[in-house]
Design a protein around this ligand. Structure first.
Ligand SMILES: CC(C)(COP(=O)(O)OP(=O)(O)OC[C@H]1O[C@@H](n2cnc3c(N)ncnc32)[C@H](O)[C@@H]1OP(=O)(O)O)[C@@H](O)C(=O)NCCC(=O)NCCS
Length: 395
């Protein structure tokens, strides 16, 4: 097999849809101008002669990390034709795609892996998750009402309020997508049409405190009776009022399926152990630009450190090397610099460290961090202390 990696344009639409359908069972729906021509989608493929044998797409997103927004390359639709699997076409395709993503300014790349191991050799590691949980309506109904919260159905005119509430939630979660920009083009009407209803929680003066976006099932046992893709709030009173409203479907929906970030805040309101995980999905990240991945992140204002480390073993040309990270006045900065000692991170260790997904001691246990002075690990952990991970969008 003599293969070539190249960008795919709309001309590859039919072959691409066939590969997707074979791998994921997605129906081949013709679209105008075709998914391969949509703004914010950068398709790459591997061809053997004129046959498409692998494909993947780099999608333009922005994500919250360390209190500021970074450009994200969201990888999706990774497919190798059945006959070409294990033949070594995946690695060069991902490399070309990631170099392209880096050229367009992406700082990190993320993906929802069907199996995380597939991407570990490329330097991805799991930094966040979503967990679908089923909670009996009666249990949610037992959450105590708090404060004076008014509920009302969101109308088209409220779309920007809903987005604002999501923004407030996302800004405090590492990994959350901004839901703005080229990959979230929907109108206000389309935002509301995605759900059976969006219930807004407000204080007595009409200030928004939270919302639940919910979808009523068909009522024929073919799926969850009531699903809640988004339940976000800036105040506990709103969380309590919203879960009680969801529980009020109890006579027709005995359980409510919540999409959560795993250890979600809502769980701390639930009065019993009835919190049944249905499905976990894992979100993996790889750093494409070390300096920008650190620089600008917020840290404790009292923290003043200067730390050095080396990255070794990355697949991207030029990424390996020594770096210096400083923290002062509540902001982290990173530049290339001389190695101070032999503290060395693998790309997967870097992904975990820069997002604060795991403390340094775990990286050492996993062999993703070696060398350096272990006593200094606490300074590294302090750089990313207090981060909460959460991402609710699948792609
Ligand atoms: C997943 C897929 C793209 C891998 O292609 P491939 O040509 O088999 O990939 P490679 O042989 O280069 O394997 C890369 C690594 O992933 C591992 N791997 C491959 N398939 C795997 C699986 N299903 N589960 C866990 N690991 C897997 C390989 O063992 C290899 O590990 P290594 O780096 O330790 O050597 C291909 O099997 C496929 O198209 N599957 C169906 C669609 C799919 O699942 N896509 C992924 C969506 S996130």
């Amino acid at each position: 097999m003599t293969t070539t990696v190249r960008r795919l344009g709309p001309e590859a639409g039919a072959a691409s849809r066939r590969l997707s359908e074979e791998a994921f069972g997605v129906p081949a729906t013709p679209s105008e101008p075709g998914e391969l021509g949509l703004p914010g989608w950068h398709w790459w493929g591997v061809v053997d002669g004129d046959r498409l044998v692998a494909q993947s797409v780099d999608r333009e997103f922005d994500g919250w990390f360390g209190g500021r927004v970074l450009p994200v390359a969201g990888i999706a639709d990774v497919t190798v034709a059945a006959e070409a699997r294990g033949a070594g076409v995946l690695a060069p395709m991902l490399l070309a795609l990631l170099e392209g993503a880096r050229e367009r300014g992406a700082v990190v790349s993320t993906l929802w892996a069907s199996a995380p191991h597939i991407y570990r050799r490329t330097g991805y590691e799991v930094v966040a998750a979503t967990r679908l949980v089923d909670v009996p309506s009666a249990v949610l109904g037992a959450v105590r009402a708090l404060g004076d919260v008014r509920l009302r159905r969101a109308e088209v005119a409220d779309a920007e309020r809903v987005r604002g509430l999501y923004d407030a939630w996302a800004a405090s979660h590492d990994g959350a997508l901004t839901r703005r920009g080229v990959s979230f083009p929907g109108t206000d009407e389309q935002l509301l049409a995605r759900f059976t209803g969006i219930t807004l929680a407000e204080d007595p003066d009409g200030r928004p405190l939270g919302y639940a976006a919910w979808v009523r099932g068909r009522g024929d046992g073919s799926g969850p009776e009531l699903s809640v893709p988004d339940l976000v709030a800036t105040h506990v009173d709103a969380y309590a009022a919203l879960v009680r409203a969801l529980a009020s479907f109890g006579s027709v929906a005995s359980t409510v399926r919540l999409r959560t970030t795993g250890d979600d805040l809502v769980r701390l309101l639930v009065p019993s152990l009835d919190w049944g995980p249905v499905k976990d999905e894992l979100y993996s990240l790889k750093v494409l630009d070390v300096e920008r991945a650190f620089t600008g992140a917020r840290c404790a204002p009292g923290l003043a450190v200067e730390l050095g480390f080396t990255v070794a073993g990355d697949v991207l040309p030029g990424l390996d090397g020594a770096y210096v990270v400083t923290a002062s006045d509540g902001v982290v900065r990173c530049v290339r610099g001389p190695a101070r000692d032999d503290r060395t991170l693998s790309p997967r260790g870097l992904a975990l460290l820069v997002t604060g997904a795991r403390p340094s001691r775990d990286l050492r246990v996993l062999g993703l961090l070696v060398g350096g002075d272990p006593a200094q690990d606490a300074d590294w952990d302090a750089l990313v202390a207090g981060r909460v991970h959460g991402v609710l969008d699948h792609f």
